[in-house]
Design a protein around this ligand. Sequence first.
Ligand SMILES: [Zn+2]
Ligand SMILES: [Zn+2]
Length: 287
Amino acid sequence: MLCAGICNTDLELQRGYYGFAGTPGHEFVGEVVDADDRMLIGRRVVGEINLNCGSCEWCTRSLGRHCPDRTVLGIVSHPGAFQEFLTLPERNLHIVPDSIPTDSAVFTEPLAAACEILEQVQIPCSSHVAVLGDGKLGLLIAQVLNVYGFRIHQFGRHPDKLRISEKAGVRTEGAPATLPTSAFDWVVEATGSADGLKQAVQMVRPRGTVILKSTQHGLVGVDTAPVIVNEVTLVGSRCGRFEPALDLLSRGLINVQDMISDRKKLADAPQAFEQAARKGTMKVLLT
Ligand SMILES: [Zn+2]
Ligand SMILES: [Zn+2]
């Protein structure tokens, strides 16, 4: 492991939400020290986090991310990246182009999750898209959709965080006293809060689409009447392929550097976790 990022999921694992025990960590850049494919040895790599069976219906459709028998690096039954050495199947690995610095490449996994939206829904060219939330994932989503030419309106409560996507050219709206109602055909919910879905449903126009990116533990109370009456499509969205994320990073199109709050040695992981849990902290990296 060269560098690994602490994500909100890691903090939730630590709080015991998923009954996880073991070594967490799923956002990483590593250097290959051993592999059957000798070409990989010594190379700098990132790795897809789902370890799939390779032969089921989902795997044969290149959707191993949905393999029912999968384990997940640092999340489900496979030791994660917050250690000096970790293992992954070779087919999960992607070589990091030389043009991407290690502390940018470590954002490949969350950036792939942002790119996943574009694989799931066909948003017409130059559509207006609302992005709710200015956390790490919200900032990546707003930047990705902006790069692809959609007209982004990013809503969030933290001017300092919104500045990160503004610097990459995203139009931000702050947190207006009343959010616009029935205003967008496309709304991405990435607030990480229980109210987010309700707000997104209010903001979407009839026949519009809400893309759900917040992984909420526990129940989210939402009134389904407006969803039904307005014939709103709800799309759940999780992990994505790494290729488009690496492409965006190699072209320097995503401002990830300003998202790094701190870098700490692996030996100081407990303090790094404390810091990552503090309000206002963005990405804490372990090296
Ligand atoms: Zn994560
Ligand atoms: Zn499978």
